[in-house]
Design a protein around this ligand. Structure first.
Ligand SMILES: Cc1cc2nc3c(=O)[nH]c(=O)nc-3n(C[C@H](O)[C@H](O)[C@H](O)COP(=O)(O)OP(=O)(O)OC[C@H]3O[C@@H](n4cnc5c(N)ncnc54)[C@H](O)[C@@H]3O)c2cc1C
Ligand code: SF4
Length: 382
């Protein structure tokens, strides 16, 4: 704020911050961090005690010491923050992180302190949309999800009545995919498995595609590959590809939340539960977000280059387009008063009976093909 007024004349620069990325300015490669004997020993311990881990271990990319954390922060200030705002919603096959800072894991374990980085960014000489955008992520979203978690005990305690809570932590579908149980400690002091909210009554198991089996949908396959390579992907890939597709397919919210727990290096209860159960899947209804964050192929096509690597065409035969309309139609009763969905509802009403039928058929086929671990091809679709 400048006195009573927001700097730049408005509170949010979200409208400006929606560019797709065509390769210019070049996205910075993430830094490497030197090895030391402790880091190498930890690497060996991981391989010995967690050989079943589904990802890849690349200790050279993991910041471990206090000076590694500082190096990552210096890299983020120099290479990411000047372009953070305009490209914060972009996705690309050419850069896993684009101009995102990769700070979340270090912030969550307090190697970096949110207040310190905010004070620095507030004073940085970078374009206002980037400064505002970054501050809003940390001071806005990060604090908001944390307070939601604290106020509801991870959605275990809710005003309209408490939901059921899973007795033990789930495995995000690991056993079905690998044929092996996810090793658990069997310690009675282990925490419960989290709130089982399901406002949209979704029943599908998480498909093996989230564990690395190819689905034939280039956007999903690309992002999943990124996640297992690094235990990281940036916000829009989490929201508009991974949880979007899970929501469109009617995947059980608890299972996709458990998968996020397993897959990401920055996973913590206070941040996974609100982001996945509320923001990503709308499992808590309108408690935390005003609408489900779902989108069809047009958004993915506009914000990424995934579609140019896909066997489907986002304008002609992409099944995600049908999934989107089928979602709106399936959940019409629950969503029909939501003012933020008024426009898509009007478009939905204009789709004729034939198209509705096709949307439903594509939804069923996709559920069937992906749950059996097969790839979808254009010939599968009506
Ligand atoms: C389905 C889903 C699951 C998520 N799971 C996690 C998780 O397990 N752990 C986690 O820390 N974040 C999670 N997030 C939030 C966000 O996606 C990550 O914090 C961010 O992508 C981390 O990458 P970055 O450090 O490069 O972020 P940047 O884009 O560089 O953003 C800077 C910082 O802002 C904060 N931030 C931005 N958005 C959020 C948000 N929605 N919630 C909390 N903090 C935010 C993070 O601390 C992040 O490091 C999830 C979001 C979604 C939609
Ligand atoms: S065409 Fe459809 S499935 Fe393929 S990448 Fe684009 S949105 Fe994803």
């Amino acid at each position: 704020m400048k006195g009573e007024k927001p700097e730049g004349g408005k509170i949010s620069f979200d409208q400006e911050n929606r560019l797709s990325w065509k390769g210019d300015p070049p996205a910075p490669p993430p830094p490497y961090f030197p090895r030391d004997p402790i880091k190498e020993e930890v690497g060996r311990l991981i391989q010995r005690f967690f050989p079943h881990h589904p990802g890849r271990l690349d200790i050279d990319h993991l910041p471990a010491t206090a000076s590694d954390a500082q190096r990552l922060w210096d890299w983020a200030k120099l290479h990411c923050l000047p372009f953070f705002g305009p490209y914060e919603d972009a996705m690309s096959t050419r850069s896993r992180g684009l101009f995102h800072t990769r700070l979340s894991a270090l912030l969550n374990i307090h190697r970096l302190i949110p207040r310190d980085i905010l004070f620095e960014v507030e004073r940085m000489k970078i374009p206002l949309p980037s400064r505002e955008g970054f501050i809003r992520q940390v001071l806005g979203w990060r604090e908001f999800v944390r307070h939601t978690h604290l106020a509801t005990d991870g959605f275990r305690k809710l005003p309209p009545g408490n939901p059921s809570v899973a007795e033990v932590p789930g495995d995000g579908g690991y056993r079905r995919w690998s044929g092996k149980p996810w090793p658990s400690s069997n310690n009675p002091k282990d925490p419960d498995g989290g709130a089982e909210l399901n406002a949209l009554n979704c029943r599908m198991n998480l498909p093996p595609a989230y564990w690395g089996r190819k689905s034939g949908l280039a956007c999903l396959d690309h992002v999943v590959e990124d996640v297992w390579a690094e235990g990281y992907s940036h916000h829009i890939t989490r929201l508009m590809v991974l949880s979007n597709l899970a929501a469109l397919l009617d995947v059980r919210p608890r299972e996709i939340a458990d998968w996020f727990w397993v897959a990401y290096t920055d996973a913590y209860d206070w941040v996974v539960e609100p982001n996945v159960l509320a923001m990503g899947t709308f499992a808590v209804g309108e408690l935390m977000t005003t609408k489900p964050y779902v989108s069809g192929a047009a958004y993915i096509d506009r914000m990424s280059d995934f579609c140019s690597h896909c066997r489907f065409d986002p304008r002609k035969n992409c099944p995600i387009a049908n999934l989107y309309w089928a979602f709106l139609s399936r959940h019409e009763k629950l969503l029909n008063k939501n003012p933020r969905l008024a426009m898509p509802r009007r478009s939905l009403a204009r789709r004729g009976a034939e198209l509705h039928k096709r949307d439903r058929a594509v939804f069923k086929i996709l559920q069937e093909v992906l749950s059996t671990g097969n790839e979808i091809v254009p010939e599968d679709l009506p």
